[in-house]
Design a protein around this ligand. Sequence first.
Ligand SMILES: [Cu+2]
Length: 154
Amino acid sequence: MKSLLMAVAITLFAFGYSRAEDTITVTDAWVRQVPPASTITAAYMKIANNGSEDDKLVSISSTAAETAEIHHSSVDDKGVAKMEKADGVTVPAGGTAELKPGSYHVMLIGLKEPLKDGESVELVLDFENAGKVTVSAPVKGMDKQPHQDHSHHH
Ligand SMILES: [Cu+2]
């Protein structure tokens, strides 16, 4: 009886997990390598919503950092770059949201260890509808990154 319950629990878990994976697809995730003295970095990715309802990325956590926040960078009408904490990123039904330099990004604050080029950082994304989706984001060495996001002077 116990093992039957266990099997049911595992099946339910697997079903829930694969459902989230099917609805939300994350691609091109990467983390910006920073000099060892820096304990703050940013992560970027593309999120596709294959479901029929809008979804929203509401929070992120990572074992690599004390805190992970969702931020939005923009340039105001005076040309000044600024960065604000965002309450989430909406991913429209059948559409995509891109976290990229100069826009939405994940801020990893309080890195526990310096990031090495080629290693991967695990990010757990929490969506309003799809629930938790785990992503493995490779660290991109400083020589391979697109232009610096000017707004990252914390
Ligand atoms: Cu930021």
